[in-house]
Design a protein. Structure first.
Length: 151
């Protein structure tokens, strides 16, 4: 299987994102297994909402180029970032946001700060509350313009 910075999601989430995009198909590749693929010049818009704050995911991080996949006519095709996961389908979570959301190079979507709390077992042990902070970097129109300029 490819090692990709994917966003693992419930099957219906991935299908909702890619299912209506012209040329996007859910294929079973012998090397990678089942995954959503689409034309490389196809822009994709997706925004996560958390705490009332919108976090647009950059189109370049929703349509990955350069994995050597081709359609039946030999035309290069790209891989969608949102992929269905049987593990996610069996949990109470809707998705696991991967590298494409938070730390691709360059970072295009959100800065993330994670504090795991103070869980060190010492004489001065305190159980500080863990937290996560998110800061969106770009808006959806900036991301769409970047995609158009690059692809």
């Amino acid at each position: 299987m490819f090692v990709l910075p994917l966003i693992y999601a419930r099957s219906y989430v991935a299908e909702a994102l890619y299912g209506d995009i012209p040329g996007a198909v859910f294929m079973n590749n012998s090397a990678s297994g089942p995954l959503w693929v689409l034309e490389c010049d196809q822009g994709v818009n997706a925004t996560c909402l958390s705490g009332g704050v919108e976090f647009p995911i950059h189109s370049l991080d929703l349509n990955f180029n350069g994995f050597g996949l081709h359609d039946n006519n030999g035309v290069p095709i790209c891989v969608g970032a949102f992929q269905p996961s049987s593990q996610v389908n069996q949990t109470r979570y809707d998705m696991v946001l991967g590298m494409s959301f938070s730390s691709m190079s360059p970072v295009r979507n959100a800065y993330i700060a994670i504090n795991l709390g103070n869980m060190v077992n010492t004489a001065n042990y305190t159980n500080d509350t863990a937290y996560i902070q998110l800061l969106p970097i770009k808006n959806a129109s900036q991301a769409a313009q970047d995609f158009a300029n690059i692809r």
